[in-house]
Ligand binder design. Structure first.
Ligand code: GLU
Length: 476
């Protein structure tokens, strides 16, 4: 049975790059009838925050990525938060030391830094030279007496390694060029990322690790470590990186790409999933608009690309707009209202619900709605009143319109077409000179929603009031 995991560190809000990893894992598990596990990697005590842990769970649920095992829901292999598993890690470290596969290393951080620095100026790889392995008893005692706390390092014995990556194919590593014995427990007693990831992947019976390419150089270390602990390594697949709009790699510091920011801007979760799926994957044809069921049915690791992809905010907005068009009118209104509610706009609910469908086909995300909804306000400034209202021709027209609106006052959904039919023969103007005075008097603006759509919603009595308000400009 396929068991995959998403293993975020709660050190910031999760963003496009993180959730692409989550999504691909989720889709891979679901297609194969497997399990999707959430594991919180919070061993970096300084940078991990409980509010980020909470936020990342909310964001995943909002996206529809419900985990089968993990925090809140539990599972057979918990706890799923690493800070609650320290005893398990310690046991593994002790065993590695006992078996001679790891050792306490009294080389100080300063010495390690000097080593790296020297390597750099001599243009050698910044490799740890394993000197701590051969310290004499006397040397160790001297260092202990000086208060030096040891790290624990894992011994690299076989530096040549081949990985059969699910996405990148065969990758060979020579660890001799890259690293020496690496730290699995820091001097402060905390296990490192390498150790905890391997222990947890093994104990949680993870079968496939799908993660970012930034972890590719860690994978040989993980394979060795797992082997030394007597565990079978999982299959690995490394996803190519996503670059930001300016070509820079995505990072947690870019607030605009956090899932929070997209939620706040009123993007749809299914559009987000669709967009990020296309960052590195394609359905094999040129389709771009894919619903959530389609994504679930079509996703396949074999179509994941090895080259990096670029986040394009305009394309994402466009795609979100396409998903809005796919919604039924009722769904659009319901979801828009959910988005708008916390904003506390000053319009009655029924009016908002009645006018929202007008905007379904011409907004890209919900945060564009408050501006559009201003059409519900009866008081507004006029654009170019000199041109569209304060002319004798406009005055004549608006007086006719005002009188004619009375005839429609009793109708619940008056028709703009019928209104025009009657107005035209009475009016001395036509074309722009007819529409623009009406539009500007009724909405204040030269551009905006079609009059035929707002006319029935606002109703004749209200439009009459707005017409009279415009006419009052002539009296000033
Ligand atoms: N916690 C790691 C990260 O956020 C993920 C580790 C992994 O996927 O193996 O990058």
């Amino acid at each position: 049975m396929i068991r995959v995991r998403f293993a975020p560190s709660p050190t910031g809000y999760i963003h496009l790059g993180n959730v692409r990893t989550a999504l691909f894992n989720y889709l891979y598990a679901k297609r194969g009838g497997g399990k999707f596990i959430l594991r919180v990697e919070d061993t970096d005590r300084e940078r991990s925050k409980p509010e980020y842990r909470q936020a990342l769970m909310e964001d995943l649920l909002w996206m529809g990525l419900r985990w089968d095992e993990g925090p809140e829901v539990g599972g057979e292999f918990g706890p799923y938060v690493q800070s609650e598993r320290l005893a398990i890690y310690e046991e593994h470290i002790a065993r590695l030391i006992r078996e001679g596969k790891a050792y306490e290393c009294y080389v100080t951080e300063q010495e390690t830094e000097e080593m790296k620095y020297l390597a750099k100026i001599e243009k050698r790889p910044p490799r740890f030279d394993n000197r701590g392995r051969s310290f004499s008893r006397a040397e160790i005692d001297k260092r202990k007496a000086a208060g030096i706390k040891p790290t624990v390092r894992f011994k690299i014995e076989s530096p040549l390694l081949t990985l059969h990556d699910m996405i990148r194919g065969e990758v060979t590593f020579n660890l001799d060029d890259m690293v020496g014995d690496f730290v699995i427990r820091r001097a402060d007693g905390m296990p490192t990322f390498h150790l905890v990831v391997c222990v947890d992947d093994a104990l949680m019976k993870i079968t496939h690790v799908i993660r970012g390419e930034d972890h590719l150089s860690n994978t040989p270390k993980h394979m060795l470590l797992l082997g030394a602990m007597g565990y079978e390594p999982p299959a690995y697949g490394h996803l190519s990186l996503i670059n930001g709009p300016g070509g820079e790699p995505l990072s947690k510091r870019m607030e605009s790409i956090s899932i929070r920011a997209f939620r706040k801007a009123g993007f749809l979760p299914e559009a987000l999933c669709n967009y990020i799926a296309l960052l590195g994957w394609s359905p094999g044809d040129d389709r771009e608009i894919l619903t959530w069921p389609e994504l679930q049915a079509l996703f396949d690791l074999s179509r994941v690309s090895r080259s990096s992809s670029n986040y394009d905010p305009e394309k994402f907005s466009w795609l979100n707009g396409q998903h809005l068009r796919l919604l039924s009118e009722g769904d659009f209104v319901r979801r828009a209202v959910t988005f708008l509610k916390p904003l506390g706009l000053p319009y009655p609910d029924e009016e908002v619900a009645a006018i929202l469908p007008v905007f379904k086909d011409n907004v890209e995300h919900f945060d564009q709605l408050p501006e559009r909804l201003k059409v519900l306000a009866d008081e507004f400034e006029y654009e170019k009143p000199e041109l569209w209202i304060r002319t004798p021709a406009a005055k004549g027209l608006l007086e006719k319109a005002s009188a004619l609106l009375d005839e429609f006052a009793a109708e619940r959904m008056p028709s703009y077409e019928k209104f025009l039919e009657k107005l035209k023969p009475l009016a001395a103007v036509k074309g722009k000179d007819l529409f623009m005075p009406l539009r500007v008097s009724w909405t204040g603006r030269e551009h905006g929603p079609e009059l035929k759509r707002i006319f029935p919603v606002l109703g004749a009595a209200r439009l009459k009031k707005r017409t009279l308000r415009a006419l009052a400009l002539h009296a000033l």
